[in-house]
Design a binder for this molecule. Structure first.
Ligand code: G3H
Ligand code: 13P
Ligand code: ZN
Length: 308
């Protein structure tokens, strides 16, 4: 079916307290993994492009590929801009056929964030009723190769969120509750402020989004290290954390790092075990299958399986 407006997918998820996975991609294979998983699991799916991914693959190519592939399956697919930084990013993606955009003004003052988000909302809503996700508070970790220092990370303030929603008119809100982007999320124990999610949800009622939500699967990390990689001290969310966050009102869970780790683990093993192989399909194919299986597991965990 044609690409679906994310706001439409959210209606049921928000009412029934489940989450839809956002899976980032930059190439054909990751997109196939996500869409095949959605079809097999009868799950709605969000595929997302960062501005870095757009630069890598070309916006026209990536939109054409996504909509052509979505047309061939019955599971609903939304195409989302991840962490748009400027109004121009938003306009470019709305004009290109995205069905959801994120404007991330979290690095600005509250006033500036509201102003920027309001402009994005006005443009996206006027041009096809495209859904807008905003961010309030600030996540730590790696964003577009820039390390957001932990001291600059700031949890979302519920009262500020009420004002932010009223004045910006956003459709969904990314909340900072203790997760961070990348493979190194927690020093020591997982410190997610689950109650903050519940409080914000009760005050706002709109779909809430959890960024930095990869599990940083220990098996993938171990396999990468076993076959010549070097990833140390990586840590992410366990299944229980997903459950608690979703019960309290998270409706979209962003996953990128887990896909990259599983992909890299599969490729590293194959490269070592089959040194004579030089047909890329022989190693890209198995990596694609491994990522698909991972996404299927996530869809079960998030409760979106069977909801298409
Ligand atoms: O939130 C960040 C995403 O993982 C996108 O990462 O900017 O390297 O494509 P990227
Ligand atoms: P991870 O780095 O935990 O996969 O988070 C991805 C993300 O939040 C994309 O917006
Ligand atoms: Zn993010």
């Amino acid at each position: 079916m044609p690409l679906e407006i994310l706001g439409k997918m959210y209606e049921k998820a928000n009412k029934e307290y489940y989450a839809i996975g956002q899976f980032n991609f930059s190439n054909l294979e990751f997109l196939q993994s996500a869409l095949d998983a959605a079809e097999e699991m009868k799950s709605p799916v969000i595929v997302a492009l960062s501005t870095g991914a757009i630069k890598y693959g070309g916006i026209k190519n990536l939109v054409a590929l996504t909509s052509t592939m979505a047309d061939q399956i019955s599971a609903p697919v939304a195409l989302h801009l991840d962490h748009g930084a400027t109004l121009d990013d938003v306009k470019m993606c709305v004009d290109a056929g995205f069905t959801s955009v994120m404007i991330d003004g979290s690095h600005h003052s509250l006033e500036e964030n509201i102003k920027l988000t309001r402009q994005a909302v006005d443009y996206a809503h006027a041009n096809g009723g495209i859904t807008v996700e905003a961010e309030l508070g600030r996540l730590g970790g790696i964003e577009d190769d820039v390390n957001v220092d932990e001291r600059d990370a700031r949890l979302t303030d519920p009262e500020e969120a009420v004002r932010f929603l009223e004045e910006s008119g956003c459709d969904a809100l990314a909340v900072a509750v203790g997760t961070s982007h990348g493979a190194y999320k927690f020093k020591g124990e997982n410190a997610i402020d689950f109650d903050r999610i519940k409080i914000i949800k009760e005050k706002l009622g709109i779909p809430l989004v959890l960024h930095g939500a990869s599990s940083v699967d220990p098996e993938s990390v171990a396999q990468i290290n076993e076959y010549g990689g070097k990833i140390e001290g990586a840590k992410g969310l366990d299944a229980e954390s997903y459950k608690k966050a979703i019960e309290r009102g998270i409706n979209k869970v962003n996953i990128d790092t887990d896909l990259r780790l599983r992909w890299t683990a599969t490729m590293r093993k194959l490269m070592v075990e089959k040194p004579g192989e030089f047909d890329p399909r022989k190693y890209l194919g198995p990596a694609r299958d491994a990522v698909k299986e991972l996404i299927k597991q996530k869809m079960k965990l998030l409760g979106s399986a069977g909801m298409a």
